[in-house]
Design a protein around this ligand. Structure first.
Ligand SMILES: Cc1cc2nc3c(=O)[nH]c(=O)nc-3n(C[C@H](O)[C@H](O)[C@H](O)COP(=O)(O)OP(=O)(O)OC[C@H]3O[C@@H](n4cnc5c(N)ncnc54)[C@H](O)[C@@H]3O)c2cc1C
Length: 428
């Protein structure tokens, strides 16, 4: 991979430039280590705002940040655009599509992938939203559907095209449903005056008895109320059994006809081949209280992919644990590695969680208080703005939000890259 070996410096290889990988890479001391960061993309994705790309609220560039730009002028640092497909812990080597590389220490920060719970049909026909290309697929699909609905004379087909089913009532599902409902209310009637937009249906299906499982009951109830007001049809205790591209099959013989199912029902660790079954738990890499893998002294895992055995059910698969773990691990590496006895175990500090519902409402659960409504939305905006990488991205996002707030419009309703599905849309 064309990376020079420096005998006086140990090489730390980090796989993944997400929240966890970026944090550790930024904080590691380059006078002590040679740092090699590897990612399959040359940009970092700010996943919490993917739903805004999917619903034409933000341009994809404003939630992506060039990795090379973040680390420009950084000494003893190498970035390689590569997909890692295998790790050999005995040989201390990783294998990628552009070559192999030895490491002294390895940090796995590969995040997570969409979990379809083994259902191949759902995987084939539904749309995930884990990456920018996937969010763009959803954006194109929404707009293409309305273009197709204008043309078809088949009433059933029109209904299917205008019915959107979001599976998963966590923050992603709630935020997406709210944003789509606002498109229905404020934008689509103007864009498609010759379509009866009122016949558009937005379903939000949740397997458990409430929305926002990871948040307080109060916030869950508020989100439920706000989404209902926006016209979202919410079905709780509703388990999706199958989907064939046209019909969503539910328990108790219930069905919804829809060409558009967005799968936001779960994620699992992005595991690279080479780990054994006993290295994993619940599809994540088992780590001790120091984020070290159980068996391999020089291999660590952080972020969504890591499962800390001592923490009940592992840390939440959200940005805060990933960032805190990245910080913690860098601090440990920067200290004398031979003096591990002085190193304290990782302790996750829950700073709270939040979800936005539509254009000016949100719910926030902080450790000592809870907020809802407009103030919560302002805090949500502020937190997301400061968390975005790069001044340019912050300015663009803020400008977009102000414009959307003032004129009820979403500026990027463009089918730049048409989306072709395996089934009916291709021939329409
Ligand atoms: C739609 C959506 C909305 C979300 N909203 C929120 C929210 O509001 N608040 C919140 O706290 N969290 C939210 N999350 C979760 C949050 O984004 C994740 O918990 C966080 O990104 C985890 O960070 P990470 O560094 O572990 O992984 P990631 O940020 O996913 O980064 C993993 C990186 O590894 C790279 N990679 C993976 N496999 C390989 C490989 N084999 N070779 C090379 N590179 C590889 C990927 O390209 C990626 O850059 C959301 C997630 C999604 C999908």
């Amino acid at each position: 991979m064309n990376i020079p070996t420096k005998n006086n410096l140990k090489r730390i290889v980090i796989i993944g430039a997400g929240f966890a990988g970026l944090q550790v890479a930024k904080k590691l001391r380059r006078d002590k280590f040679q740092v090699v960061l590897i990612d399959k993309n040359n940009y970092h994705t700010f996943q919490p705002l993917l739903y805004q790309v999917a619903t034409a609220g933000l341009e994809p560039d404003s939630i992506a940040h060039s990795i090379r730009n973040i680390f420009k002028k950084t000494k003893n640092f190498f970035f390689r655009l590569a997909y890692v497909h295998y790790i050999n812990t005995d040989k201390q080597k990783i294998y990628t599509n552009v070559g192999n590389l030895n490491y002294d220490y390895l940090i796995v920060a590969t995040g997570s992938v969409t979990n379809y719970f083994g259902n191949k049909n759902i995987e084939s026909f539904s749309l995930p939203m884990k990456s920018i290309p996937e969010a763009l697929n959803i954006r194109s699909l929404i707009l293409q559907d309305f273009e197709s609905a204008l043309l078809t004379k088949d009433i059933k087909e029109k209904e299917r095209l205008m019915t959107f089913v979001i599976v998963g009532g966590g923050p992603t599902g709630v935020e997406l449903a709210g944003s789509l409902a606002e498109m229905k209310k404020y934008i689509l009637p103007h864009d498609y005056p010759d379509l009866d937009i009122q016949s558009m249906n937005i379903y939000l299906l949740q397997a458990t008895s409430r929305l926002l499982d990871g948040m307080s009951k109060k916030s869950a109830n508020e989100a439920y109320k706000n989404l209902k007001e926006l016209g979202v049809i919410i079905w709780l205790n509703c388990l999706v059994k199958d989907y064939d591209g046209k019909i969503v099959f539910l328990e108790k013989n219930l069905k919804i006809e829809s060409s558009n199912v967005i799968w936001a029902a779960g994620v699992k660790g992005a595991i690279i081949k080479g780990f054994l079954k006993e290295d994993l738990m619940k599809n994540r890499i088992l780590v001790d209280d120091y984020l070290k893998t159980i068996k391999y002294e020089n291999v660590f895992a952080i972020g969504d992919v890591a499962y800390m055995k001592s923490y009940p059910n592992g840390h939440p698969m959200t940005a805060q644990p990933a960032i805190q773990e990245g910080n913690y691990l860098a601090k440990n590496f920067n200290q004398d590695l031979n003096n591990r006895k002085d190193i304290k175990p990782f302790v996750y500090k829950n700073l709270g969680s939040m979800a936005t519902i539509g254009r000016n409402k949100a719910v926030c659960d902080f450790p000592y208080f809870k907020l809802k409504g407009f103030l919560a939305w302002i805090i949500w905006m502020f937190v997301h703005l400061v968390s975005l990488n790069g001044v340019r991205n912050r300015v663009i996002a803020l400008t977009n939000w102000i414009i959307q707030y003032l004129n009820y419009n979403k500026s990027v309703r463009l089918i730049i890259r048409p989306f072709y599905r395996k089934n009916h849309l291709k021939k329409s």
